[in-house]
Design a protein around this ligand. Structure first.
Ligand code: 7TS
Length: 456
């Protein structure tokens, strides 16, 4: 069956049948964007009570269960009141009712400052804030709650490492290995640090392998030396949609650059799959709450406790000190030493509610469902004439995110046309300008999905 703009019918809730958009919603792009309907994909799981072998299993129940929790998904947009189809979760996820209610309840019943009052509200706010830390800690399997530093997001977490660990431990001529695929949040802080150091750092970038569409690991190996002090890379690319083989990359770094600390940008993985810091064996990990059903303004840095305690604070003020005299100050251990001033208390409480929400589905189950979506999205987009999808081909290494260009429509126009149809996709360089340059494009459009998106 040939359907007008079928690929962009991905999220209308309802039946499992493939539903074409009404003609009025499809005219703008129908000439350029056409595709075949694909059969629903399945994840294969072995069930214990089926000794015969493997059973096909659909995880779509996750989206059907999740969608009613997100009021925003049932709103309409544009002056034609078309239903919203939200395909921009890579930029920020929507927030379920449970998170919104928790924020509301916090401000209505508990609101107070933390760590500084013996009164009931302050005690309650402190416990709620610290319980959020416990929740993040067990969500990523940290060794200790003291390894979780709340930040405003992944960007601030990476800046913290550059400004605290980097400024103290890196000197002129030291090498930093990043990848061309990094988000600006994992490029600019290191370039800024280099500028601050007299003589500068040597920053090297792992390139993309044009054969695989993913990082060129042989090239990475050739860049690592004994002088490498920092290696920074993403777990999942926000443009290529590929899952990097973190464990292989870590053992390569440990082998070739034993003096290097590894920082993992887990912004696009923590919301979508189980992430275990002990298993990954990195030194630092950064993530943002707003991409995982939590509020904006909160994220976290994970680092090993001894490493964090060896690093100086990078911001001074209340909450982070041990003693202050007019001559000087001493600081509390991690995490307090990195949390100067009144923290984002309500946002941390909201993040804890988001973690509860995600774990109520199970991260393995969310990952399995999104893998179904990922395959379906890629299959559908692949059939659209004139589209180039960035990153690796369909397979286990892809998440439910596709950045793409069209041979005759500019990405911004594509996203504007799609917006007229109610479809929210992002266009631009997605804060990955060097990656786009490397791939030979200035911009791309991007559809990024989450647990509440369905195939229809
Ligand atoms: N790292 C990656 C891999 C990201 O995708 C983003 C945000 C960040 C870091 C920065 O996160 P923040 O919460 O501190 O801003 N990525 C995107 C995106 O792809 N579209 O909008 C934001």
């Amino acid at each position: 069956m040939r359907l007008p703009i079928s690929l962009f019918t991905l999220t209308a809730a309802g039946t499992t049948a493939f539903v074409p958009l009404p003609a009025s919603r499809s005219t703008a792009l129908s000439a350029a964007v056409n595709g075949e309907s694909a059969k629903g994909s399945t994840a294969e799981v072995t069930t214990k009570n089926d000794s015969s072998s493997t059973k096909k299993f659909h995880y779509e129940y996750i989206a059907r269960k999740a969608r009613p929790h997100f009021d925003i998904l049932s709103r309409t947009v544009t002056d034609k009141d078309v239903p919203l189809i939200y395909l921009d979760s890579g930029a920020t996820s929507q927030k379920p009712g449970a998170v919104l209610e928790k924020l509301d309840d916090y401000y209505k019943r508990v609101n107070s400052n933390v760590h500084r009052g013996a009164h009931t509200l302050s005690r309650e706010a402190t416990s709620a804030y610290e319980e959020a830390r416990d929740k993040v800690s067990s969500f990523i399997n940290a060794h200790s709650r003291n390894e979780i530093v709340f930040t405003s997001g992944a960007t601030e977490a990476i800046n913290l490492v550059a400004q605290s660990y980097g400024r103290t431990n890196l000197k002129a001529g030291d090498e930093v290995v990043l990848t061309v695929a990094e988000h600006h949040a994992n490029l600019v802080p290191w370039q800024m640090l280099s500028q601050e150091i007299d003589g500068g750092l040597t920053i090297k970038y792992v390139r993309i392998d044009p054969e695989t569409g993913c990082l060129d690991l042989k090239h990475m190996e050739s860049l690592l030396t004994e002088k490498t002090k920092i290696v920074g890379f993403q777990h999942v690319s926000n443009v290529l949609g590929c899952i990097n083989p973190v464990k292989d990359m870590v053992s390569m770094v440990r082998d070739k650059s034993p003096n290097a600390k590894i920082i993992l940008d887990a912004c696009q993985s923590v919301p979508h799959m189980p992430v275990d810091v002990q298993e990954l064996d990195v030194d630092f990990l950064a993530a943002s709450g707003h991409k995982m059903c939590g509020p904006t303004g909160i994220g976290f840095l994970w680092g090993r406790e001894d490493l964090l305690n060896s690093m100086p604070p990078w911001k001074g003020g209340g909450e982070m000190i041990d003693q202050v005299t007019l001559e000087g100050s001493t600081y509390l251990p991690s995490p307090s030493r990195f949390e100067a001033g009144t923290p984002a208390i309500a946002q941390a409480v909201g993040l804890a509610a988001a973690i509860d929400y995600l774990t109520s589905f199970g991260m393995k189950e969310i990952e399995a469902y999104e893998h179904e979506l990922a395959e379906y999205l890629y299959d559908q987009m692949k059939q659209v004439p004139g589209l180039t999808i960035l990153g690796p081909p369909n397979g286990k290494q892809r998440v439910a995110l596709c950045a793409f260009t069209h041979e005759s429509i500019h990405p911004s126009d594509l996203s504007t046309f799609l917006d007229m149809e109610g479809v929210a996709v992002r266009a631009g360089h997605h804060c990955c300008q060097p990656l786009h340059q490397e791939l030979g494009f200035s911009h791309s459009a991007r559809a990024s999905l989450y647990l509440y998106n369905t195939k229809e």
